[in-house]
Design a protein around this ligand. Structure first.
Ligand code: CA
Length: 333
């Protein structure tokens, strides 16, 4: 269904513009110069379908965005997710849509819940790590699909799960094996991070479809809920994650990808109108971006009908991160 719902904040902006003018303006900021270019409302970035749990990568000077697809009807109050989506952009504003590149049907051993994911390139192949509900091993699981080009189509790379619930026992909840995030370190060693309530990580073999060694648990991440994401800037590694529930985004820093991680605080506040918060961080053409989701498409957006948004990410001089400012305008051309 093609939708043209306005973004809530856009509506609020328009409504506020209709309010009677104050007669006293001495304590108010100066109005914007009339000559200033009018900003477009660019968040959420995709408005004709619901997109969630963004992951992104830069490949060949193009940004590739991978998302889940919220398909819950407006009277259905939980996740209904059966496939993943891919988009690309060269300006962070205009996004090209592709045929559905990967769905639950591509994993014969999975039975439900096409949840959060991330894709990475290695040696000209693209590996897409996904969360699903396993058909025979009780609990969630992580699978990996592979393709020869970023937009796919992708196929199951293993024919079985890469991680099953019984492989991690730091908690006995059934959904601790979700939200895979993959990172290749400067020395070529690949790592998989994932988790819910416990943050796990393991090395990946060079083939990207087998774990290499034991699964470890990261300690010292206050209120870790889920959605780990690794990125690096200069000498620092950053582990951002969903914090508490409803979720904010928090982060920790380390000089080593294997830690120890030092907690640094909140990075993003509660995302508008959704109880989850799920981030991807990339740098494109020298500009850092924070990619997340909200429930901002109205009237039907919410925790189970989410939409991907993008705002700038800024670093402090000491390489800590400035609090993200979520905006309606998002990125401008
Ligand atoms: Ca487990």
């Amino acid at each position: 269904m093609k939708c043209n719902w306005s973004y809530l904040f856009g509506i609020l902006l328009m409504l506020s513009a209709c309010q009677p003018k104050e007669t006293t303006t001495a304590s108010q900021p100066s109005p914007e110069p009339s000559s200033k270019k009018e900003l477009q409302i660019n968040n959420p970035i995709i408005t004709d379908q619901f997109t969630a749990d963004p992951a992104a990568m830069v490949y060949n000077d193009t940004v590739w965005l991978y998302t889940g697809h919220d398909e819950a009807e407006t009277d259905f109050h939980f996740y209904k997710m059966k496939e993943w989506l891919v988009f690309s952009s060269t300006n962070m504003v205009d996004w090209e849509t592709y045929p559905v590149p990967l769905s639950l049907d591509d994993f014969s051993w999975a039975k439900a819940d096409a949840w959060a994911s991330q894709t990475i390139e290695r040696d000209g192949k693209f590996y897409w790590y996904v969360s699903v509900e396993h058909a025979t091993v009780p609990g969630k699981a992580i699978g990996v699909a592979v393709a020869d080009r970023p937009q796919g189509p992708y196929k199951d790379a293993l024919g079985k799960a890469l991680v099953t619930n019984d492989m991690t026992t730091a908690t006995d909840i059934m959904w601790d094996d979700i939200d895979p995030s993959v990172y290749i370190d400067d020395d070529g060693q690949a790592y998989l991070f994932w988790g819910n309530t416990k943050c796990y990580y393991a090395k990946l073999k060079e083939n990207m479809i087998e774990l290499d060694g034991e699964i470890k648990v990261i300690e010292g991440l206050p209120h870790f809920t889920e959605a780990p994401w690794i990125h690096k800037k200069g000498d620092w590694y950053y582990l951002t994650y969903a914090y508490q529930f409803p979720e904010k985004t928090a982060y920790a820093m380390s000089k080593s990808i294997e830690g120890p991680w030092e907690y640094k605080g909140i990075l993003n506040e509660l995302a508008g109108n959704t109880n989850t918060n799920h981030q991807a961080i990339i740098e494109y053409k020298g500009v850092p971006y924070f990619i997340y989701h909200t429930g901002g498409i109205q009237p039907f957006g919410g925790s189970f009908r989410r939409s991907v948004c993008i705002d700038r990410l800024y670093y402090n001089p000491d390489q800590t991160l400035k609090r993200v400012v979520m905006t309606s305008e998002g990125i401008q051309k």
